[in-house]
Design a protein around this ligand. Structure first.
Ligand SMILES: *[C@@H]1O[C@H](CO)[C@@H](O)[C@H](O)[C@H]1NC(C)=O
Length: 208
């Protein structure tokens, strides 16, 4: 979900059928394996969380991660910003794919550094960092939102060149900044909802 898009919360009425359906759960049969359940504090939520006073902050963390007084979540998903200054580690284009990137790291990452470290104190080890998009200057539509393609992927060329390696470098740099803060990012994603150009989105903090 790009930060720039207008978010409209939707209540979805699934229209549950009235007819009874029998659901049989066989706990002895292993089908899809579930690694765990998690939460995201993207788009500044981690910063709001971090800014709480000590007591509600600890209570909130307990609710999420404590295995005795909370949900015992084991996964967090952080957002790798792709916008301008204050959002992305590469807010301005280096001019060309081979130009020297001027990375910017504030050590806070909209509260997600704090949130990751806090989650780790509860035993969370699975830290998924996901870019909702490449920075706009690396894409065919020049925008981090509204679809578009990474310049250089199959069938997509840009006058500015092939940005695939530059984008990979950008993602790796993000992981390195976390590593320097003592946080091991275990999973790395490079996109989110690539086909979605609608203004109305279903917002789920972990899935979208
Ligand atoms: C949290 O506090 C910092 C420091 O005062 C501030 O820069 C930041 O904007 C605050 N975050 C939110 C979401 O209000």
């Amino acid at each position: 979900m790009p930060a720039s898009s207008k978010v409209v919360a939707l209540a979805v009425n699934v229209g549950l059928a009235l007819a009874q359906t029998t659901v049989t759960v066989n706990v002895g049969s292993l089908l899809q394996q579930i690694d765990g359940f998690g939460v995201s504090q993207a788009f500044g939520r981690a910063s709001q969380f971090q800014n709480l006073t000590a007591s509600p902050r600890t209570q909130g963390l307990d609710y999420l991660f404590s295995t005795t007084t909370g949900a015992g979540l084991t996964i967090i998903r952080n957002r790798i910003g792709s916008g301008g200054a204050g959002d992305s580690i590469l807010p301005t284009s280096p001019g060309s794919p081979t130009g020297t990137p001027s990375y910017v790291w504030d050590g806070v990452d909209a509260g997600q550094v704090w949130f990751s470290q806090a989650a780790m104190t509860y035993g969370v080890k699975t830290i998924y960092a996901d870019a909702w998009s490449a920075p706009g200057f690396m894409k065919t539509n020049g925008n981090e939102a509204n679809g578009g393609y990474l310049c250089g992927v199959t069938g997509e060329t840009c006058s500015s060149g092939d940005w695939r390696q530059a984008y990979a470098n950008f993602l790796v740099q993000y992981v390195k900044y976390y590593q320097q803060a003592g946080i091991s990012i275990t999973h790395l994603g490079f996109l989110n909802e690539p086909d979605l150009v609608l203004v109305v989105r279903f917002c789920h903090p972990l899935l979208h």
